[in-house]
Design a protein around this ligand. Structure first.
Ligand code: HEC
Ligand code: HEC
Length: 199
């Protein structure tokens, strides 16, 4: 309960900062991108826990994510509202800005034994599209960054994927199904610990 309220308060504070700054108008990717810092951190390196790090994000992946938020096609607590405030050109400019920043992995606690199990699962089911450690260096993958991403963000992202609140490609869907069949929810929990162990 208390945690939820703290998180909500943090989100509200962030959105106030955000709306005050968003009236700049006619701004560059950097100027627009700086208004996201209240939640996503300086240059997109999030201090966690709910907002993901978007520094070093794949350009195409980010454009698509923002368009999905804008269209209400991707489940979100806050981003659907925020994304509506930007034109396609502004989204492209911001995506270029964040794609050019250096990704910094989150320092967070994790369970070493679970991470070890998760590493095996990642190799078996997810590595082809998400890279060796959940950070794909292949620009064609457009698959988002999992390794070193904040755990709370990963937790609710996996929950959204499972509940069908967030769509996924056919191939990933099949892998997730196979993982679920083999390991159940414990498999997902192990994967999350593995991603969190990337530091
Ligand atoms: C009030 C806090 C807040 C502000 C301000 C904010 N974000 Fe977000 N952002 C979030 C949260 C929380 C999520 C996770 C989705 C959700 O629940 O809305 C997210 C998710 C995202 C994602 C998806 C990342 C991924 O890996 O899939 C992108 C891209 C993004 N935000 C871009 C932006 C940009 C660009 C701005 C500034 C114009 C911005 N955000 C401002 C909180 C915020
Ligand atoms: C065939 C390629 C492919 C495979 C295999 C795959 N994924 Fe994905 N994954 C993607 C793509 C592409 C996206 C981005 C889709 C989108 O949200 O638009 C994605 C997105 C995600 C996201 C959301 C990322 C974010 O930043 O919000 C998570 C979590 C995820 N995948 C986990 C997994 C896990 C766990 C596995 C293994 C069980 C897996 N994926 C297997 C291609 C794949």
């Amino acid at each position: 309960m208390k945690k939820t309220r703290v998180l909500q308060a943090a989100l509200i504070t962030c959105s106030l900062v955000f709306s005050a700054a968003s009236h700049a108008g006619g701004a560059s990717g950097a100027m627009l991108g700086n208004t996201c810092a209240g939640c996503h951190g300086t240059n997109g390196v999030s201090n966690g826990p709910a907002a993901p790090t978007i520094a070093g994000i794949d350009y195409d992946y980010m454009v698509e994510a923002m368009e999905e938020f804008k269209a209400g096609e991707r489940n979100a607590t806050i981003m659907t509202r925020i994304a509506k405030g930007y034109t396609d050109a502004e989204i492209e400019a911001m995506s270029e800005f964040f794609a050019g920043k250096k990704y910094v992995k989150a320092m967070q606690k994790y369970d070493a034994a679970a991470a070890k199990r998760g590493a095996k699962l990642h190799k078996k089911y997810c590595k082809n599209c998400h890279g060796d450690t959940g950070i794909s260096t292949d620009k064609d993958d457009d698959s988002g960054v999992l390794g070193g991403q904040w755990k709370p963000y990963l937790n609710y992202t996996f929950a959204d994927l499972k509940d069908g609140k967030r769509s996924m490609g056919k191939k990933m869907k099949k892998k997730m199904k196979n993982l679920q069949k083999a390991k159940g929810d414990a498999g997902v929990a192990d994967l999350i610990e593995y991603y969190a162990s990337q530091q």
